[in-house]
Design a protein around this ligand. Structure first.
Ligand SMILES: Nc1ncnc2c1ncn2[C@@H]1O[C@H](COP(=O)(O)OP(=O)(O)OP(=O)(O)O)[C@@H](O)[C@H]1O
Length: 231
């Protein structure tokens, strides 16, 4: 089943066109990189998929239904900024997630916290930026969702922890789920991707499997990105 379908989707902010006639299909069982330069429309697209922005034109379906309460239940979303109240302890946030999301599995969250040596009793506001990001990613990946949408998941995380986190991402998701990851850290992440979407000035300029790109272009995704988007 198609997890995401966008038909002729456009978004404008006043006179700025952020997305222009996007047609997109995301199927089950893929890890997809949403890649593009600054201001190309990645966050706008992600916010529309999560119902935080409404399209100016076109249609969006999540599992064949319009974006709404039901689609929010099947998408686990990591935004590009901190959204959790700083005064809470991690274990309190875990309790909150457990009440809020039927598909949240606390034991997975505690297991990942332990591996990353994060104390569940610690308050968020006393944590470093990178640790806070790790906590948020752990929470998002501890749901049994159909679609994970991660907006810049590893930007503030140190390189040693990135490997663990990426490994956690690929080992913790169900084979019927898909993950859409927006990032500028392509070299770090490309080994776990099997599909990439290149977006430029609000338009999709490439939507292909990583395998076909490596075969046809004979280069890494990082190298191709630098070529396509050379300034
Ligand atoms: N609230 C807003 N009001 C007006 N213009 C906006 C707003 N949000 C985004 N834009 C514009 O829409 C375009 C797409 O922005 P968007 O944040 O989606 O890009 P992005 O690919 O996520 O960028 P980055 O990689 O820098 O995070 C840009 O031209 C941006 O200036």
């Amino acid at each position: 089943m198609s997890l995401v379908t966008c038909k002729d989707l456009s978004k404008t902010y006043g006179s700025t066109t952020a997305l222009s006639h996007i047609n997109l299909d995301i199927e089950e069982g893929h890890i997809i990189g949403l890649l593009g330069p600054n201001g190309s429309g990645k966050t706008t697209l992600i916010k529309i998929l999560n119902g935080l922005l409404t399209p100016s034109a076109g249609e969006v379906y999540i599992k064949e239904a319009p974006v709404g309460t039901e689609s929010k239940k099947v998408i686990s979303y990591l935004p590009d900024h901190t959204y959790l109240g700083g005064g809470m302890r991690v274990n309190e946030i875990i309790d909150f997630f457990k009440d809020f999301y039927e598909d949240f599995e606390p034991e997975r969250a505690y297991d990942m916290l332990e591996k990353l040596q994060i104390d569940p009793k610690q308050k968020l506001k006393t944590m470093s930026k990178g640790t806070k990001e790790k906590v948020q990613l752990i929470l998002v990946m501890s749901r049994r969702a159909d679609l994970y949408i991660l907006d810049e998941p590893i930007a503030g995380v140190d390189p040693a922890a990135r490997d663990y986190i990426l490994n956690t991402i690929i080992t913790n998701y169900d084979e019927h789920a898909s993950i859409l990851i927006s990032t500028h850290l392509i070299a770090d992440i490309e080994n776990i991707l099997d599909q990439v979407i290149f977006i430029k000035n609000g338009q999709i300029v490439k939507d292909a499997s990583v395998e076909s790109i490596r075969e046809e272009e004979g280069m890494s995704i990082d190298a191709l990105f630098r070529e396509v988007f050379r300034c």
